[in-house]
Ligand binder design. Sequence first.
Ligand code: FMN
Length: 661
Amino acid sequence: MEDSKYPPGTAPIKAEYRISLEPRSVIDDDDAAESKSSHINGGHHAISEEYGGQDTLSPGKHHRMSKEEKKRRTGANKGRRFGKTRDKLELCWKVARGDICEFGGECRMTHDINEYLAQKPRDLLFPQNVDSVPIPGSSSEEHSVKDSEMTESYYPPSVDPSSSCPLFHTKGECRSGFKCRFLGAHVRKSENGELELVKDEEKVARRKVETTELNFLPLDTLKRLRSKKYPLPITDAYMKEMQESESKKSMTQETNGKTTFTEVELMNGDDGKAQRDSPDVPLRFSEKKRLHWRGLTYLAPLTTVGNLPFRQLCVSLGADITCGEMGLATSFLQGSKEEWSLVRRHPSERVFGIQLAGNKPGILTSTAETMAREFGSTGIDFVDLNCGCPIDLVFRSGSGSALLDAPAKLSKILIGMNKALGEIPVTVKLRAGVKEGRNTAHKLMPRLAAETGIGTLTLHGRTRQQRYTKLADWDYIRECVEAVRAREADEGLAPIPIFGGGDAYSSQGYWESVEHGCVDGVMVGRGALIKPWIFTEIKERREWDISSRERLELIRKYAEFGLNHFGSDTTGVNTTRRYLCEALSFTHRYIPIGLLEVLPGRLNDRPPAFRGRDDLETLLASPDSRDWVKISEMFLGRAPEEWVFTPKHKSNSYGSEESQG
Ligand SMILES: Cc1cc2nc3c(=O)[nH]c(=O)nc-3n(C[C@H](O)[C@H](O)[C@H](O)COP(=O)(O)O)c2cc1C
């Protein structure tokens, strides 16, 4: 067989596309990606720089690097900063939208639209399709200025009336107003000769429901959270019940001469290694909405890269269930704007959940209560508790995968969240265990399913210690599912949906995992990042040999969704560019299946150096981050001089050495 020429784990690329037999150097490290990258809106918290990357490959399977090479090329670019790119002269937002600014002359920003437009760079041209988009290197990348008769005399030089604005196109209005980089699409001269913004009222009304994002928290609610004045009656009652129940137990234990717990420990659920019972509180889970997830496709929560535009793209390709990026319960309660931006939902997300990480029943219950009150079951379909995050910072704080080893505390958290969320179900995402060779999920999962009223369980078939070094253990996933089903049967409980997770990358592989793991579905993580059309493949039970132009169209769509979400002003365009480059840091890993000798493709296989079937396919496979920026420029215009994209991994900066020719 042709592929026997390769070391194990190498993708079998057909001879005509191969440049050499040497595997491409490893530049992907999912452990690192899972462990970093900053949250949306240029904000930064330590977790997001940690949670996020690439497959660490099994030793011996791939190109071996010297120690020095490894040191030089591996690891995260720590402390990545993505400063906001702003206009040189800042126009007041109120004025930009055609409103009156209450600060008048006191406003820090200019109110002079003509002065602003005089220094504004010329409008960008956003392509409505990719048919005519030039491929970098093959023709001029400059947008040609359309010489309509009116252009020079009628409008300021920065305004190009032939421009098309993705926001205006989608919604019938553009919230960036005069600041929009596609302004020509929605501006005209009024009778008095001044420029005025155009709104398509009929379209605004018609498209409102399908284009308006959900889950915005009012500013004064943020303020009440910050000043700890937000009322939390359900949490208060639960904490009281827990304290009473705990003190009863402590008294009994005291009389028996055993250890007691302080009030603070109880409040925090810090019961150490004690495997004590859940508090004696009446539970009525029957009013919870049941989740009918069997057969649905599920996009994994993915910090940074699983942002709203990416989820919207996956939904358009067949993802049924989506989940926001992991948010820290403490940050929500501190009223962090950045954290609350993670809960935004696009109306096309039909089944949408928010993922929380935390370590204390009080804090998680409070966060859940706030979310339920603010967004209700129209804003959120489920709230997921993260019991899998492997990042040191999270683990050491007792959150994420650390909860796997604190089952009593975990029960208290879930019961509290369940109470606070009313009819909204709580779901749990967990790993096989903390330590390699010491799986615990088979014990924990039946207990959670039977005792805490959760709506679904998702098991990622790896331990914390293992990270991405080996394939997920689907035999073990099956064992866990069987354990849950046995307990449910024993207790006459209705079965809850159980999803497995790990390495889904093709339609064939997906359905094999469903069958082998006896699961209701498979959560898809990296597979979706590398090939978002995997959801179409799964649904249609076929492997899609997608063309490079079709892939480019998905990139265009991502840019369009990004502008709609982040805004079409200078800052929005470059925030979109940043997240597009983050997305391209995964999509370049796709090996077109038309180039493979053996199907289906596998997530963990690395290709030898190869060329694509056309220039675009070759470009899309480039691991050089400068090429990702070039691709972004096809849709978002030239990156400003001061704009930088720092790839997640140092190795990515060495793209030219690894380029596939
Ligand atoms: C970049 C990246 C970010 C992730 N962020 C999260 C997260 O926020 N919450 C979470 O529960 N899991 C997160 N994960 C783990 C995935 O949800 C998923 O469980 C894991 O990647 C295994 O699935 P896969 O083999 O299909 O990738 C992340 C993984 C990656 C690669």
